[in-house]
Ligand binder design. Structure first.
Ligand SMILES: N[C@@H](CCC(=O)N[C@@H](CS)C(=O)NCC(=O)O)C(=O)O
Length: 218
């Protein structure tokens, strides 16, 4: 299997963390696509992922799977344990919902803020920006942090009593928040304590050193 990603990217982090949790990293070859040089927008890369985003998983038969959730679901099903996406219908439904919510309310909102209301990936990549939209999404992300704080006041993990893909999605959001200098509000004590716990997990700690930048493929 090949993963096309960028070692410090918040979305690539999600798949790297999943690989670490599932102990699958030795089965993967990483190829770096340099976001800062816009390598994800070249025709060669767009042929792999129409959306022009990272990460992308390429299987040995040439099948391409983009989208962190889809990649994680594929990896999680490989050994049949479903550690990250749930075993029972109830677990699967709640984990899927909370992962989606983490994207909509936190991670994707911060991404829009980054691309629209900050210099983002630079003028060559950011060919359209709408700062007002970006700032609204930043405020949405802060509301999202307060929401996830309220969730974590009720239970130890984002989707219930066990670590899951939904935790990984929120971790991706807080990694992105750090990159753009968006602090978690001080009063979000449960979210802060949970994030400190998450950072102790080897999968989270070792995600960047799992594969530093390699030669670009496109
Ligand atoms: N919905 C996608 C989003 C992926 C995404 O936005 N990835 C970032 C990397 S951190 C990216 O490629 N950004 C480049 C861009 O949007 O120009 C997923 O879950 O995989």
């Amino acid at each position: 299997m090949t993963i096309y990603d960028w070692h410090t990217g918040p979305y690539p982090a999600r798949v790297r963390i999943a690989l670490g949790e599932l102990r699958l990293q030795s089965q993967v070859r990483f190829v770096s696509i340099d976001l800062w040089k816009g390598e994800h927008k070249t025709p060669a890369f767009l042929a792999k992922n129409y959306s022009g985003t990272l990460p992308v998983l390429e299987l040995d038969d040439g099948t391409l799977i983009a989208e962190c959730t889809a990649i994680t679901q594929y990896l999680d099903a490989l050994n049949g344990d479903h550690l990250l996406t749930g075993m029972t219908p109830l677990e699967q439904g709640v984990i899927h919902m909370m992962s989606k919510r983490a994207e909509i309310e936190l991670l994707d909102a911060i991404s829009v803020y980054f691309h629209h209301a900050t210099p983002g990936l630079g003028p060559d990549v950011e060919i359209y920006q709408n700062a007002e939209w970006g700032l609204r999404q930043r405020d949405k992300a802060v509301r999202g942090m307060r929401y996830f704080d309220s969730v974590l006041r009720q239970r130890p993990f984002i989707a219930g009593h066990a670590f899951s893909m939904a935790d990984i999605a929120v971790i991706g959001g807080l990694i992105f928040a750090e990159l753009v200098g968006l602090p978690v509000p001080a009063e979000c004590e449960a979210l802060r304590a949970w994030y400190a716990r998450m950072q102790q997990r080897p999968s989270v700690r070792n995600r960047i050193t799992m594969s530093p930048p390699s030669k670009a493929a496109t």
